[in-house]
Write a protein that binds this ligand. Sequence first.
Ligand SMILES: [Zn+2]
Length: 79
Amino acid sequence: MIIEKVSKNDEWEDYYILSKSSNKHYMITFDILEGTVNCDCEDFKYRKENLKFGGVKISDKKNHCKHIRRIMELRDKLK
Ligand SMILES: [Zn+2]
């Protein structure tokens, strides 16, 4: 996987993942103010539909897709 930090400010962090094996790309967005995280993959959309509130918390690791988990692992190193 190729991971790129697209943008970062006090409110948002955006990351872009390109999966070499499937040749698909995904955008992962952290909303720092809300404390939520989002990925545009199908797996994550499905997880979100099962939640009653508006977003998945950054701390809510059991609802993260594999892309978010990967970014979370690398996030500190990229800073
Ligand atoms: Zn994902």
